[in-house]
Design a binder for this molecule. Sequence first.
Ligand code: ZN
Length: 252
Amino acid sequence: MKKSLVLGVVFSFLTISWSCHTKPNNKKEVPILCYHNIKNFSAKASPDVKAYSTTPKRFTEQMKALYDNGYQTISPDELYRYLIHNALLPPKPILITFDDTRAEQFTLAIAEMNKYHFKGVFFIMTVSIGKPGYMTKNQIKILSQTGHTIGLHTWDHTAVTHYTENDWNTQLIRPRKQLENLIGQPIDYFSYPFGLWNQNAISKLRSEHFKLAFILSSAKDKTHPEFTVRRKTIAGTWSTPTMLKVLQTTFH
Ligand SMILES: [Zn+2]
């Protein structure tokens, strides 16, 4: 009796300590979509345009398909609490993210997402704000005020792997401050231009107290997986069923 009680206590302790120390690396990945342009393109468009553009019609279909398949969007804060503090997530969680500040993310995507109460994450490269074809300051502010998350995607989209010490100021610290002043909220999330990263970038993001950083679908860092959170770019050439299948096969 006594022995089983002791064993029970030891077992509970082990269970608790295991669950508190589950590394983000071992967690089941939450599917994360990455969109860039939402626009029509011709069959003759370059492979790059096809890879980084989704037609408005297909985007509409994809949002409906996610909803019909039971997906629910979560915020990067919820993802952070899950990865770092073992918080529970709703069934079939997903993140819908957008890179590069494109205007149509505001003018087209939001209306479709609103139909299903989906919230998105918008990674902004600050040099583009207010330029033709890109979001304005006011649009970014509205996104933040309506429950979407604003993240940083550098000043001018130079890959972090090319930075010298002073570039961190230009690409990370100053644009972060600019976005924080604009939306009146902290900027805690970063997406690497081209999905490219290195150890120096992880150290820098950690020392600046970013919470999570997002790559594309290459391998995660083993020590700091929360600074290499994987996403999948949704190619314009995929049908909606292909997109749903890719979600299931990309995230483990
Ligand atoms: Zn980008």
